[in-house]
Design a binder for this molecule. Structure first.
Ligand SMILES: [Zn+2]
Length: 731
């Protein structure tokens, strides 16, 4: 259930791709280089190896290279995936734009030289699924919601016992109770066959944020009675309005006649810009109000809630959900626009606080499964950074994500939440972030190992000798620093990062409060006084709260206003609150909206929010207008330039300057609309993106010759990550 193992793709380790030892991540297996001996004679067995440093002769000069340890001790943190190496290679081959030739690996062929174009239809469809929702003809319109076309293949015949298991509601519920708390596990289970897919879908109450269809859950009893009276519902239907133990909320992809008009490009994707025909912000606000009404009327019956791409879901909203729903046992939050990576910390704070209170009442815990907003980047000329929408030139994402993950893992473990094991949404998200090849697993392991050591799992810190502590801590931090770096490092550099006068010197971050080695701070930040020092992670968090992509700021403000900046803490207050600022400027402009004078009707809080949504729609339309006008002007100026040539140098230069200004204006507005990125030159780019990572990966694959014999990483039968010591390298 981990990754399709039948797909053909090249495997860097089997092709001995990383040929240069000084590019490798893990310590060498063959002793072409000499290991620098430990100064210690004993240390706890459970700990694994001490630091791994090897001497190497490079152009006649001796270097000390430090590697990530292979033997990281005896504690199994459950971080490894089955077929880990295969999975890691697969990411570099199929994750990004799986159907696109030029963006995909040209080596993406099997033994018979067949590419993805030669795959059968179902295989292509499966590849296409990974880019949902930007494609046509796939069998789903939302998670576990079939499209009108549905599956083209007939249901395969299953063993009787299997069908019986998945068609028996009681048994199915028991299975889903466990699986539904981990999004990747559940979606993998759903992909096994149609029977299971439909069984899972049928267990859910599925609400549509796009159409605002909440299956009447958003209606009060008197409203339902009114509908019965009007004949819009039968009494029976009204009685049956209720929610299953598993609620799934997502925007359903629009289908039908309007859908057919959207042109599809040669890769099977919808034209990106036309895809932006999404519901208006006013409609989106309205859907949120319906969602919160459903929570108010049926919250007490809700046990597990899965929220997919809920545009305005923010921290105060989540706080209210967790606080007011006493029977809630699981909250899944997936790819919601305002909840980017750094939101994992406040979300875990909410869950931790709720669980402490529940513990006092002897009530069951709440679980969190969280996948932050993922930034795919524009389809045309864009780069996929995953964690950030664009490279601002200061955030090194590989370095910056580590402190955030580290804090999150520690918080999650403290409140007994499984955040990063394979199967969870957060781990799935991390796998989609462009970390350097094979580093994610080692980063996660290193973080867990540091925690274990601090918690005294290798012996109480008071009982270990100072020498032992120094060597063990050095080994642990080396692992984390090297894995974050993506390849082995010169030991003298490492010592500079970690040590001061032969002892470990960590720095405290003002914002997240973690003690970290200096590589997790920017150079100029390291020199600052402690109260002004913040780590890469906290700089990333700050950037994510302030970026401009896709109207992030006005959307975030609207969502905050809806909850009156956290002053509203329950659904009743939110939904019944009268507008306190009816006399304000905004209300004044609202009063004459659509030419209707509404001053007589008392305006509610939420009407005002819908009005704010409408303001946003207008702002967005304005920006589109500005772009169109500027594009028009640029075209005219360019024509003029061609016509008049460079006869009048000054005039020509003036026109060139205006063109530059206009192009910049277009760029800024495109970014605000989420249709473009700011681009950096390669030399100024610091954020890791998939396009460059994949390019480097391919170059490594092509490299056939190297000065040094490479022994790592190399092929092992089954490549399950386990490496018995007696294996000698390939000839
Ligand atoms: Zn920090």
């Amino acid at each position: 259930m981990d990754y399709p193992t039948t797909l053909p793709y090249p495997r860097l380790d089997e092709q001995r791709g990383i040929l240069k030892q000084e590019q490798a991540l893990l310590e060498p297996l063959a002793q072409a280089s000499k290991r620098v001996p430990d100064s210690l004679t004993t240390h706890p067995d459970s700990f694994g190896s001490l630091k791994r440093v090897y001497t190497r002769d490079v152009y006649g000069k001796e270097f000390h290279f430090a590697y990530v340890r292979r033997n990281k001790g005896q504690i199994d943190h459950g971080m490894a995936r089955a077929f880990r190496k295969r999975y890691e290679n697969a990411k570099y081959n199929v994750l990004l734009h799986p159907n696109r030739d030029e963006n995909n690996n040209p080596c993406y062929v099997d033994h018979d030289q067949r590419t993805w174009r030669d795959m059968d239809a179902s295989m292509k469809k499966m590849l296409a699924l990974s880019s949902w929702p930007l494609l046509k003809g796939v069998p789903t319109v939302a998670p576990f919601v079939k499209s009108e076309t549905g599956f083209s293949r007939v249901v395969a015949k299953q063993p009787m016992a299997f069908t019986a298991v998945f068609t028996m509601p009681e048994v199915l519920k028991e299975i889903l109770k466990h699986v539904s708390t981990e999004w990747e596990s559940m979606s993998n289970l759903g992909r096994t066959c149609q029977t299971v897919f439909c069984a899972i879908g049928d267990s859910m109450t599925q609400c549509d944020m796009n159409k605002g269809d909440f299956l009447n859950l958003d209606k009060s009893e008197s409203q339902l009675a009114g509908l019965v009276k009007k004949g819009e519902l039968t009494q029976d239907q009204a009685d049956r309005v209720g929610v299953s133990w598993l609620l799934s909320v997502s925007p359903f992809r629009m289908e039908g006649t309007d859908h057919a008009e959207i042109p599809m490009n040669e890769y099977g994707f919808y034209d990106y810009q036309i895809m932006l025909k999404l519901p208006t912000m006013r409609k989106i606000v309205d859907s949120h109000i319906k969602l919160y009404r459903a929570f108010l009327y049926h919250g007490e019956h809700m046990q597990k809630i899965l929220l997919h791409r809920v545009t305005l879901l923010n921290i105060p909203a989540v706080k209210t959900i967790v606080r007011t729903m006493s029977n809630l046992s699981h909250l899944g939050i997936y790819n919601c626009e305002l909840l980017t990576l750094q939101a994992v910390i406040p979300l875990l704070e909410i869950i931790t606080e709720a669980n402490q209170r529940r513990q006092e009442r002897n009530a069951a815990h709440v679980n969190l499964d969280f996948s932050p907003r993922f930034f795919q980047g524009p389809m045309v000329n864009g780069k996929c950074y995953g964690v950030i929408p664009y490279d601002n030139g200061t955030i090194n994402t590989q370095k910056a994500t580590v402190p955030i993950i580290m804090k999150a893992i520690n918080m999650a473990l403290d409140t007994d939440i499984n955040l990063v094991r394979p199967g969870t949404a957060f781990r799935r998200y991390l796998e989609k972030i462009p970390f350097k090849l094979d580093t994610l697993y080692h980063i996660l392991e290193a973080i867990h190992n540091i925690r274990d050591y601090k918690n005294g799992l290798h012996g109480g810190l008071a009982t270990l000798s100072e020498d032992q502590k120094l060597e063990m801590e050095t080994a642990l931090w080396y692992d984390l620093i090297i894995a974050t770096n993506g390849k082995c490092m010169d030991e003298s550099k490492l010592r500079k990062i970690l040590m001061l006068n032969n002892s470990i010197a960590l720095m405290d971050c003002r914002d997240c409060g973690q003690s970290l080695p200096s590589n997790f701070y920017r150079g100029e930040v390291v020199a600052r006084r402690a109260e002004y020092r913040i780590c890469h992670g906290c700089e990333l968090a700050d950037f994510l709260s302030h970026h401009q992509y896709n109207m992030r700021q006005p959307k975030g403000e609207l969502a905050m206003k809806m909850w009156d900046f956290g002053k509203i803490q329950d659904f009743t207050t939110l939904l019944r609150r009268p507008s306190t600022q009816a006399s304000g400027i905004l209300a004044g402009s609202l009063a004459t909206r659509n030419g209707r004078d509404q001053r007589d009707a008392p305006e509610t809080w939420l009407d005002r929010m819908k009005g704010l949504g409408e303001e946003l729609d207008k702002a967005s339309a304005q920006r589109q207008h500005i772009i169109a006008k500027a594009e028009d002007k640029v075209e005219k100026l360019r024509l003029l330039q061609v016509k008049s040539g460079t006869r009048d140098y000054i005039k020509s230069q003036l026109r060139e300057n205006s063109i530059q200004d206009l192009v910049e204006r277009i760029q800024v507005n495109m970014l605000l609309l989420g249709r473009a990125q700011t681009q950096r030159r390669p030399e100024n780019s610091v954020a890791t993106n998939w396009q460059d990572q994949i390019m480097n990966y391919r170059e490594s694959l092509r490299e056939q010759w190297s000065k040094w014999l490479n022994n790592d990483p190399y092929a092992l039968p089954g490549d399950d990550g386990a490496r018995p010591d007696d294996l000698s390298p390939d000839p």
